[in-house]
Design a binder for this molecule. Structure first.
Ligand code: UT7
Length: 318
C-alpha cells in the first residue's frame, strides 16, 4: 500500500473589500431577496489592491508557519487556480521565489476548476517521497477579474479568496482514496482563453450545471467512501464546493448526511472556485473544530466538467 498524506496545517487569505447583494443590485437588475433565496449568498470578497500572488502567498505563509516545518523538506508547491496573474510564470513558481522554497521542489499550477483542491491533494500525494515528505497546496482564485458585471446570472455568484494546506506523507497515514473525473463540455461552463476569443469572462448555463452538481457530488462522495471502506458515521466533516446552498442541501438530503457535519460558508464568500474547500478547512481550524485524527470528506465539481473527492485525515493539530 502506498503511504498516504495528512493535513497538518491550514492557512487562508481573503481580500478586504466586501461586496454585498445590495451593492450588486445597484449595478445589475437583481435583489438581495433573489440572490439569498436562489443561492444562499449574502456577500463575497473582491480584490481591489491585492493580486493573485498576494492572496496565495499570505495563505501559504500562514499554513507554513503553523506547520512549523523545515522548508527544505518541501517536495511540492502546487497551486490550484483558473485565474493566476500570469499564464506563465505559474503562481506556484512565484511562490517559490517569495517564500524562498527549495529550488528542487516541484512547483506548478493545476487547473481542474472548482474541483481543483481534491485534484491537488491527490497529485501531491503521488509526488511526495520519504525524504521530501511535505507538500504545500494553495487554492487561490481571483474570479472577479473574470466576471462580467453586466450579466446578472453570473456576477452575483463569484468571489475571491485563497486557502492553503501543508500535508505530510507518512507510512501510517491512510491513502486519501481520491475519486477524480471529467466529462468534456465547453458549453455549460467555460471561460474564454484563446487570444481573440473575446473577453475572458465566466459563461455559465446555471441549470445544466446545477443538475450535473447534484448528481456528481453524491456519486463522487459515495465512491470515495466505498474506496476507503469507511461509513459516514466515521467521517467528522463533509466540506463541499460552495457553489449554491441549494446544491449543498440537495446533497445532504440525497445522501442523508447529518447536517451538523456539513460545513457551509457560502453566505459570506460566494463561489471562490477551488479555494472554497481549503478556506472552509481553515475556518474550521481557526474555530478549533479541526483536530488530529479527524477524517474530512472533501468534494467538489466545476468547469470541465470536473469532479473530485477524497477522504483526508488531520494530523499534528491538537
Ligand atoms: O462552481 C461552478 C459551478 N456553478 C454552479 O454550480 C451553479 C449552478 N447553478 C445555479 O446555482 C443556479 O442555476 C443559478 C443560481 C445560477 C441560477 O438559479 P436558478 O434557480 O437556476 O435560476 P434560473 O437560471 O432558472 O433563472 C430564473 C429567473 C430567470 O428569469 P425568468 O426567465 O424566469 O424571467 C433569470 O433571468 O431568474 C432570473 N435571474 C435573476 N433574477 C434576479 C437570473 N439571475 C438573476 C439575478 N437576479 N441575479
Amino acid at each position: 500500500m502506498l503511504p498516504g498524506i495528512r493535513i497538518i496545517a491550514t492557512g487562508g487569505c481573503l481580500p478586504e473589500k466586501v461586496v454585498t447583494n445590495d451593492d450588486l443590485s445597484k449595478i445589475v437588475d437583481t435583489s438581495d431577496e433573489w440572490i439569498t433565496k436562489r443561492t444562499g449568498i449574502h456577500e463575497r470578497r473582491r480584490c481591489v489592491t491585492e493580486t493573485h500572488l498576494d492572496l496565495a502567498a499570505a495563505a501559504a505563509r500562514q499554513a507554513l508557519e503553523r506547520a512549523g516545518i523545515d522548508r527544505a523538506q518541501l517536495g511540492v508547491c502546487l497551486v490550484t487556480t483558473v485565474a493566476g496573474d500570469t499564464i506563465t510564470p505559474s503562481t506556484a513558481c512565484m511562490l517559490q521565489k517569495v517564500l524562498d522554497l527549495p529550488e528542487d521542489a516541484a512547483c506548478f499550477d493545476l487547473n481542474a476548476a472548482c474541483a481543483g483542491f481534491p485534484y491537488g491533494l491527490r497529485v501531491t500525494e503521488g509526488l511526495l517521497t520519504e525524504d521530501r515528505p511535505y507538500g504545500l497546496i494553495v487554492s487561490c482564485e481571483v474570479l472577479t477579474r473574470l466576471t462580467d458585471y453586466t450579466d446578472r446570472s453570473t456576477c452575483v455568484l463569484f468571489g475571491d479568496g485563497a486557502g492553503a494546506v501543508v500535508v505530510q506523507q507518512s507510512p501510517d497515514a491512510p491513502e486519501i482514496c481520491a475519486v477524480l473525473g471529467s466529462r468534456g463540455d465547453n458549453q455549460a461552463l467555460y471561460i474564454d482563453g484563446a487570444p481573440g476569443a473575446g473577453a475572458p469572462y465566466i459563461h455559465m448555463q446555471g441549470q445544466p450545471v446545477f443538475r450535473f452538481a447534484v448528481d456528481a457530488m453524491p456519486r463522487c462522495s459515495l465512491a470515495v467512501l466505498e474506496k476507503a471502506g469507511v461509513t459516514m458515521d466515521r467521517v467528522d466533516w463533509v466540506v463541499m464546493h460552495q457553489a449554491n446552498e441549494r446544491i449543498i442541501d440537495h446533497v445532504i438530503r440525497k445522501m442523508e448526511l447529518p447536517p451538523e457535519k456539513v460545513y457551509k460558508n457560502i453566505a459570506r464568500y460566494g463561489n471562490m472556485s477551488s479555494a472554497c474547500i481549503p478556506v472552509a478547512l481553515n475556518e474550521l481550524y481557526e474555530a478549533g473544530r479541526l483536530r488530529s485524527g479527524m477524517k474530512v470528506l472533501c468534494v467538489g465539481f466545476g468547469g470541465g466538467l470536473t469532479w473530485g473527492g477524497c477522504l483526508i485525515e488531520i494530523g499534528g493539530i491538537s
